[in-house]
Design a protein around this ligand. Structure first.
Ligand SMILES: *[C@@H]1O[C@H](CO)[C@@H](O)[C@H](O)[C@H]1NC(C)=O
Ligand SMILES: *[C@@H]1O[C@H](CO)[C@@H](O)[C@H](O)[C@H]1NC(C)=O
Ligand SMILES: *[C@@H]1O[C@H](CO)[C@@H](O)[C@H](O)[C@H]1NC(C)=O
Length: 221
């Protein structure tokens, strides 16, 4: 028994170590205590005009991405759109983009109109095909409860942190390091299944989406 236990522990460690090396994807666990479910959340849309009601996402696989406009990963808007197109009409997968509030601190006058203008400026031919929420905080004291919820399921895939929090607010540093497209994939049961680092391209998440939709066995590795 003890041998089997330690073997299991060894395997678990190995898996974690491999994930650490790749630094791209974390498999989430179900927290023992959850105060709310994914379907309890409601957030205004980017224009603050209508409420995005997460109870509409029941039985769907949802990719939650915190997006930002002025960043090297902004090209991922294209990949996110492509996913929406791929699954268009099937109604069982969707992307939800959450512009982060930290962006607001760089653009004090910003609102939904400005966010969308920013996206147009950086990606002139692009209109997001997915819902964008109003800006939220994803970290720190004022983080949105949705992010507390998502993060309670899985640890960060990031292996190194900037030591000084002041760097966070210096424009050049933000663009390079912190303003990223981290992703959470939520299953049709409302549980967070995977967390991906910003460099993971939307298309690379397809096997996991397919697996969660029960289409076919995911590609390993
Ligand atoms: C946007 O969110 C609403 C939930 O309020 C949902 O009904 C709708 O299908 C979503 N649209 C897209 C394109 O994901
Ligand atoms: C958004 O902000 C800009 C600049 O501060 C302002 O001109 C515009 O009227 C605002 N739009 C809305 C819908 O609040
Ligand atoms: C995205 O969310 C992660 C936490 O999930 C955070 O570390 C990162 O700073 C956020 N980036 C943006 C642009 O909001």
């Amino acid at each position: 028994m003890a041998g089997a236990t330690s073997l299991t522990a060894g395997l678990a460690t190995l898996v974690i170590a491999l994930c650490g090396v790749r630094g791209q994807k974390a498999t989430c666990h179900t927290p023992t205590k959850t105060t709310n479910t994914f379907y309890d959340f409601k957030i205004n849309d980017v224009f603050d005009e209508k409420l995005i009601d997460f109870s509409d996402f029941r039985n769907k696989v949802v990719l939650v991405v915190n997006v930002t406009t002025y960043h090297g990963h902004t090209h991922q808007y294209n990949g996110l759109n492509a996913l929406m197109t791929d699954y268009a009409g099937q109604r069982d997968f969707l992307v939800l983009g959450l512009p982060c509030n930290q962006f607001l601190k760089q653009e004090p006058g910003a609102n939904g109109t400005e966010t969308m203008n920013g996206v147009k400026y950086v990606r002139p031919r692009l209109t997001p095909l997915f819902n964008l929420t109003q800006r939220i905080d994803v970290n720190g004291q004022y983080q949105h409860p949705l992010y507390r919820f998502l993060k309670s399921y899985c640890k960060s895939v990031r292996t190194e942190y900037r030591p000084s929090s002041t760097l966070f607010y210096q424009p050049k540093e933000i663009g390079d390091v912190y303003w990223n497209f981290e992703k959470f994939l939520v299953g049709a049961d409302g549980h967070v299944k995977f967390r991906y680092s910003p460099s993971v391209q939307p298309i690379d998440i397809r096997p996991d989406i397919e697996a969660l939709l029960g289409r076919h066995v995911p590609v390993v590795g």
